[in-house]
Write a protein that binds this ligand. Sequence first.
Ligand code: NI
Length: 280
Amino acid sequence: MMRSLTKVSVSRPPWGPNSIRYQYDVRTMILALSSWPEIEQRIQICRTVVIPIGSNEQHGPTGLLGTDWLCPEVIAHEAHRLSDTVLVAPTFNIGMAQHHLGFAGTISLRPSTFQAAICDWVESLSRHGFQRIYFLNGHGGNVASIEAAFSEIYSKYSFGALHCPFMLKLRCWWQLPGIGAFADQLFPTGHGSHATPSEIAITQSAYPASIKSAVVTPRVAPNGPIRDAFDYRARFPDGRIGSDPLLASVEKGAQLIAKSADALIRDFDEFTREPFVKCS
Ligand code: NI
């Protein structure tokens, strides 16, 4: 873990030399709880930012609709609490969830809308000088669209014969180093791929007042392909895929949050150290 950032102060407001002086600690921050001079100062010492990204969609009879954005947000905010370096942007909390629209409460963007919004988030942050933008994702259904958005963004520079001034990174929280193996250890059977006990455990630990109980039948949900919303509801009547969410617990969630936050800090710092390739 890199802990090389130092506390600095700034006395250079952009509108003139005799204005207000600012003194902030800008090592580890939540963007939404910061002022613009703090972010301007932060960019002078570290140009990396993490964006939790997910989806608002059904997660079976016991899972919260926000599960897929709550998990990366909880992990990123815990990383912020434990780290000397992490800056967390607002959570991008609506994703590509067309196949879940047969269930009440799901909100989805079309893939094209989602990709356009990602491009605008990236261009906004790049305009301020951020050079490394790390998306911590909580929804498997977002992956193809996020990668397509990255390609769309990079292609603008490639076709224009320009050097892209920033790097983009996508990491699903369950693919953080060591987390997949740890989830297998916690849940050797019944993990599945949607409304999983690991993601539900994280929300139970972070929001214990919102824990749901329900009888789920069968205990382990069926598996199958994902197509449109009617097809999904017919194949997976209660919304789960391959999972037994009743295996989740507050304690297991706390362990997953702690390990994932630690892995995120290492990954964030490694990304910050990644050099730009020298171009001629
Ligand atoms: Ni999920």
